[in-house]
Design a protein around this ligand. Sequence first.
Ligand SMILES: [Zn+2]
Ligand SMILES: [Zn+2]
Length: 239
Amino acid sequence: MIARILDFLYPALCELCQKSLQNGRAICDPCAQQLPRIRDPFCQNCGEMFEGNIEGDFQCQNCLGLTHDFHFARASLRGLALPFHLVHSLKYRRRFFLARDLATFLKEAWEDDPRFRELGEQAILVPVPLHWRRQQFRQGNQAYELAREMAKLTKLPFSNAMKRTRSTRTQTKLNRKQRLSNLRGAFRIKKRALAQLRGNHVILIDDVFTTGATAHECTRILKHEGKVSKVAILTLVRG
Ligand SMILES: [Zn+2]
Ligand SMILES: [Zn+2]
């Protein structure tokens, strides 16, 4: 807790170039502008960006033959070194003050993508939950911090509606199929969130979208248990 307060009080250097900052920001403007955005053309399912010109809507090779329960997944930044550095700082180094600046990139993608407009102004921002034990260890949940800051920027409703009931082993070395079975039954909806969710749309917030297994499993629970109508995924990075 004290480390966290100190982090909030002294975020005086740009997280990327170490230049000193005075405006309460954590990333300077030149660094923020340099971060590699995901722009058209990108996969309409998973948000993977492609070099070159492809006209119209398309699906990437990864998504061919896959069914996702979610409406679509969109990410703000490409899975390159600088975005991953920022995610790492936020997630493992407890630099939660970064969430405020990082949420501005989420907002950019949200504003840029007309499919989010179709979900309306009342789509609820829901963070992907961590198991309480892992959250205690990390002293916070990066997705929660991102979603809360995003809610402040966009005025969209926020609900920490999900919980992770089972601690799952780390997913980094697993493929999509293994991840899906690893995650099966790991999430639940909090009882007090049910009334807010029912019949509404959700924008699920996470730091990174990799295989889509987490997004898929959370969507399944949001729809089955939460009775949510549509779930879109918004992440900071497309890994
Ligand atoms: Zn900088
Ligand atoms: Zn795709």
